[in-house]
Design a protein around this ligand. Structure first.
Ligand SMILES: Nc1ncnc2c1ncn2[C@@H]1O[C@H](COP(=O)(O)OP(=O)(O)OP(=O)(O)O)[C@@H](O)[C@H]1O
Length: 290
């Protein structure tokens, strides 16, 4: 558990919460880049113009208490739209955390733009934002505008600019009326959207999305998809639904912590779907017991 669930108690004491939890937020969202980035076509900032990812994984292994979770993964992630697929427990979220530099490989290396992310947190945090599966692990402020505004303050924007950028973000997502809303009054899907808005508002070079559409209704998902399609930074999108990866360039497929396939989405996704469909006809849920 990285962040707290929201309770009435932390509604009453946001400053105390801030003091204790703000450092964690640096882990969750990209950190302070004091430079202003380019404006996207949506008007939100990103730290770069449209680009591919530059991530090199070399012999990457990750283990916990001797249990191998990721094994000998070597791959270059170079497209601007990268999908990550695999069964439950195949290591997708763990890989996301390693790529973001939140945890160090047990052996091998993970580099983004040539940087060893886990060894250079400041640099890594400028590069990448990560959206976790569970919004309760991410949200630390009581209201929607505070949650979105926090990351923008870390980027060095002044109070008025943060307020305007927060308003603009909410407007672009059609959620202006959420501004002062208490997050613990929102549904799980709505909380997910708040997290996405907070990450996207900061415009990191690459965003890692760990099943970002969980719990979202069809119109909201379509809206997010439209926004993400226009995002100028790189996207690494973990999903169980191949349909989420329509138009993506590169897909990697993990199986039991190993790289099963890497290549063009047009090649990997049909093979993945065929395999999953075949497994769906059996009673094999062994990966869940891992
Ligand atoms: N800190 C940890 N300690 C022990 N085991 C862990 C830890 N983190 C992950 N695992 C195990 O590693 C495996 C991969 O987990 P991970 O969450 O990366 O899979 P995933 O592909 O994202 O799964 P899902 O699709 O269900 O979200 C699982 O068997 C999980 O139980």
């Amino acid at each position: 558990m990285i962040g707290p669930r929201h309770t009435k108690r932390n509604q009453r004491s946001p400053r105390i919460l801030f003091r204790h939890l703000a450092p964690l937020r640096f882990i969750l969202y990209p950190a302070a880049s004091m430079t202003r980035g380019a404006m996207t076509m949506d008007g939100l900032q990103t730290n770069s113009t449209e680009h591919g990812c530059d991530i090199a994984l070399d012999g990457l292994c990750f283990a916990v208490d001797g249990k191998a979770i990721l094994s000998d993964i070597s791959v270059n992630l170079t497209a601007s739209r990268i999908g990550v697929v695999g069964r439950n427990g195949s290591g997708k979220s763990t890989l996301a955390r390693v790529i973001a530099g939140l945890v160090a490989p047990t052996s091998g290396t993970a580099r983004m733009d040539g940087l060893h992310l886990s060894q250079d947190r400041k640099a890594a945090l400028r590069q990448v934002g990560i959206l976790f599966q569970n919004p309760d692990h991410q949200i630390i402020f009581p209201t929607v505008d505070e949650e979105i505004g926090f990351g923008l303050r870390q980027l060095g924007h002044g109070k008025d600019a943060v307020a305007k950028m927060t308003r603009d973000t909410l407007t672009r997502f059609g959620k202006s009326h959420w501004a002062g809303a208490y997050i613990n009054t929102l549904s799980q899907g709505q909380k997910h959207l708040v997290c996405l808005m907070a990450v996207v508002a900061m415009g990191p070079k690459t965003i890692i999305l760990d099943e970002p559409f969980t719990g979202l209704d069809i119109p909201t998902k379509a809206q997010l998809n439209r926004y993400l399609a226009n995002y100028k930074g790189g996207l690494i999108h973990i999903t169980h639904d191949p349909a989420d990866l329509a138009g993506y360039d590169q897909v990697i497929w993990l199986e039991q912590g190993k790289l099963a396939q890497n290549g063009a989405a047009a090649d990997v996704l049909p093979a993945y779907i065929a395999r999953m469909t075949a497994l769906g006809g059996s009673d094999d849920i062994s990966d869940l017991a891992g």
